[in-house]
Ligand binder design. Structure first.
Ligand code: DP6
Length: 361
């Protein structure tokens, strides 16, 4: 399959005006995407848990227009016009226009809101770009009602990827693989696929409590961050390691080996940060409280034998991951011992989810 397969045949139907609402979640990578080629083609495969509660809800209103010269759209976040969101969306439209040739034929109103606090340091690009891709795909479905559910989702993921790489892993759940890898059948750089192998019950309803250590603006944008992997002295080894870790995860997921699971995801998280510390220029995105939390998690795990682990994204926040069966004790520990390290004691309880939902059409 190539990107050209997503260029549609001439549409069979006509559409004048309409409105569609989707919600789409965020996701948290277990094996990290860090390093990309043009148009968010990843340098290595990644796998993520789709989240359930952290999501973006978007209503797209579309009206046909006479001139087809340019993109026309307005964006609102929580009812307020957001001029500063426009360049990113314009760049997204530009990138996907050949796959959705109707984009210049409509005037759009994009109304969006997030379930997680704004500027909480939680990436809204995964949920935000995937939800917009889905709304646009609903228009394409009006224009071509024959598109199958499978093709609809694959193309939504493909388009979301062009908005933000990790967004392609938010369309479905509960475990999504993106990026070609020999050990995962059907995996591709073009879009995310559902993890196709057996997953042990230990991972059902796996919990993710997100500790908001630093709600500040991102120190390094993800695009700048990915670019640090160009000419990085350890890039080739890192990309290879991601392939290996994905392969190693297969028996872990199958047998429900939580110890090995934790060892793998923590190593992935620290490797991601190690890549940033060893690039030119270099960055430290963890804060002192990130380290305090990690030390406390390790000590608690040692003491209790409970299966608590962590992962990090490209920032200071900590995702505490643990099985549902141990949730009572671990959540008590989080509240008693970890929440004090969060900014304004803020944290979000989430768990593994099953992907985007159509709310209204
Ligand atoms: C550290 O998907 O935000 O969260 O493709 O430039 O939009 P762009 O990057 P983005 O990168 C996410 C990086 C990460 C790891 C991951 O989610 O796999």
């Amino acid at each position: 399959m190539t990107a050209n397969d997503f260029i549609p045949k001439p549409y069979s139907n006509q559409v004048a005006n309409g409105k569609v609402t989707w919600e789409s979640p965020s996701n948290i990578a277990l094996v990290k995407y860090w390093g990309k080629k043009k148009d968010q083609i990843p340098e290595n495969p990644s796998i993520s848990f789709t989240l359930n509660n952290c999501k973006t809800i978007t209503t797209l209103t579309y009206t046909t227009k006479d001139n087809h010269d340019d993109f026309e759209f307005e964006v609102f976040l929580d009812g307020k016009q957001k001029e500063d969101f426009k360049p990113k969306i314009a760049a997204f439209f530009q990138r996907i226009e050949s796959y959705l040739p109707f984009l210049k034929h409509f005037q759009f109103k994009i109304e969006t809101s997030n379930t997680f606090p704004h500027s909480s340091g939680i990436a809204s690009s995964a949920s935000g770009m995937s939800v917009l891709a889905l709304c646009l795909m609903s228009i394409e479905r009006e224009l071509n009602s024959e598109i199958s559910e499978v093709d609809f989702k694959a193309k939504a993921s493909f388009l979301a990827r062009l908005g933000s790489g990790s967004a392609c892993r938010s369309i479905e759940g509960d475990l999504i693989v993106w990026g070609e890898n020999d050990t995962v059948e059907g995996s591709t750089d073009l879009f995310g696929i559902k993890y196709p192998y057996t997953v042990h019950d230990n991972f059902k309803e796996y919990q993710d409590t997100i500790l908001l250590v630093d709600r500040g603006e991102k120190q390094v944008s993800s695009t700048v961050g990915h670019n640090l992997m160009y000419g990085h002295p350890f890039a080739a080894q890192r990309f290879e390691q991601a392939h290996e870790n994905l392969a190693k995860l297969k028996p872990i997921l199958e047998t429900g080996d939580l110890k090995q699971f934790i060892a793998l995801i923590e190593s992935e998280a620290l490797t991601l940060h190690a890549m940033m510390m060893t690039s030119t220029p270099y960055f430290i995105l963890m804060k002192p409280n990130t380290l305090e939390i990690i030390q406390k998690i390790w000590a608690f795990r040692e003491k209790t034998g409970l299966h608590i682990g962590f992962t990090l994204d490209a920032g200071a926040n900590v995702h505490v991951l643990y099985p549902k069966a141990e949730a009572t004790q671990i959540l008590e520990f989080i509240k008693d011992e970890l929440v004090g390290y969060c900014q304004n004691e803020q944290y979000i309880c989430d768990q593994i989810g099953f992907g985007a939902k159509l709310i209204d059409n």
